[in-house]
Design a binder for this molecule. Structure first.
Ligand code: FES
Length: 384
């Protein structure tokens, strides 16, 4: 990493810089995954930022001390200026990561990205076999393309990082998924159980695994880990379990406005990728500098500190650890984002989580009953 900029004067005591910047370059995507965390009404989003506007955001972020930069979406490969943005980010000294479905990628592009200085590529899969993968992705050609691109990434000298979103329709494949990754020569495998925001919240009943499914999957992952260790494999398995089966909430985004700054395709600046759904006004990089957005905007200051907390968080001795959990989840499940995250067993709304667990035990819906993430469905939500 080159030229780390000195911290500019005027930064507020107690508020660190946004070390992690997420650039959601576009909401456009060739796939239709029903667990997408993009907003339901994404199709209504106004004009995407231009190349020049993104470059300005990247510069401002780096000046404030941002070090990690993720390119995501939607599918970031849809943007023809991606190589240019990667080169700019590299020049500024960011550590860059591309989060992609692999669709729209070619071997030539992988090489071009490497030459432009991209540090890391993560390819996402939907399942371990083409039928299920393509049914979840809503695309007939997705699986073969993903396989080819995972290999191309590795051949270009990158570590192979594969991501699988896990839900009730693929959780039984855990062993097959890991063995596919092993055959591909993956270095890191993220088995991330679905988190329920955006489209995934809309489809929660059809996606959430039952407790029994989850336990079987965990046992399978652990058994596989032992086998990998015995065979001397260096492949790392990261299993992210769903917080709907926890009794304490997670410290979402490491605390609101503490590390993460997301810029949405239209320039909306958000403390997390889901915050757009909250009834809070968020600033836009077209109108304000990243510095004033991060330190001074009411949107970012809204849930900093703990003076906003009602009971039971206010007097909880764990509030410095979990910050009351996830604001987006509190809002989605209770209608009030100030409330404790209902994942917490101390929350008066914890029954909503218990009800969701119970529903997951009895759910029978097939994939065809899910609402797929596409522009048509998005427009329906907007009207509704
Ligand atoms: Fe928005 Fe947790 S996802 S605060």
């Amino acid at each position: 990493m080159n030229g780390h900029h000195a911290m500019p004067a005027g930064d507020r005591p107690g508020i660190g810089p946004p070390l992690w910047l997420l650039a959601e370059l576009t909401y456009r995507c060739p796939l239709q995954c029903p667990y997408c965390s993009n907003p339901l009404d994404f199709a209504q989003t106004e004009q995407e930022l231009t190349t020049e506007e993104w470059v300005r955001v990247l510069r401002q972020g780096r000046e404030m001390g941002a070090a990690q930069l993720g390119f995501s979406g939607g599918e970031p490969l849809v943007r023809p200026d991606l190589p240019e943005l990667i080169a700019e980010a590299r020049q500024l000294g960011y550590y860059t990561n591309l989060i992609t479905s692999g669709l729209g990628l070619t071997e030539a592009k992988v090489k071009a990205f490497r030459d432009a200085g991209l540090d890391h590529i993560q390819v996402s899969f939907q399942a371990s076999d083409p039928e299920l993968n393509n049914a979840v992705a809503g695309s007939r050609k997705a699986f073969d393309q993903k396989l080819a691109m995972a290999r191309a990434v590795k051949e270009a000298g990158y570590p192979m990082v594969l991501n699988f979103v896990i839900h009730r329709h693929n959780i039984h494949q855990m062993g097959d998924i890991i063995s596919l990754c092993e055959r591909l020569g993956a270095d890191y495998v993220e088995l991330a159980t679905c988190q329920y925001y955006g489209w995934a919240f809309q489809n929660r009943e059809g996606l959430m695994p039952s407790k029994a499914q989850l336990q079987t999957a965990e046992a399978e992952v652990n058994a596989y880990r032992e086998r990998l260790a015995e065979s001397g494999s260096a492949m790392k398995l990261i299993f992210v379990t769903p917080d709907y089966y926890e009794e304490r909430p997670k410290a979402c985004m490491n605390g609101w406005g503490s590390l993460f700054l997301t810029v949405a395709p239209d320039g909306a600046a958000l403390p997390c990728h889901s915050a757009r759904l909250l009834p809070i006004e968020f600033p836009n990089v077209r109108e304000s500098s990243l510095h004033s957005i991060w330190y001074d905007s009411p949107g970012f200051n809204h849930y900093r500190g703990d003076s906003w907390m009602p009971e039971p968080c206010r007097s909880c001795d764990e509030k410095d650890k979990d910050f009351g959990g996830c604001r987006c989840q509190a809002y989605l499940l209770t209608g009030n984002a100030d409330n404790a995250d209902p994942v917490c067993s101390k929350s008066p709304h914890h029954d909503r989580i218990l009800a969701a667990r119970k529903a997951a035990d009895h759910a029978t819906a097939g994939l065809e009953e899910l609402t797929y993430r596409n522009a048509n469905n998005s427009r329906l939500f907007f009207r509704g």
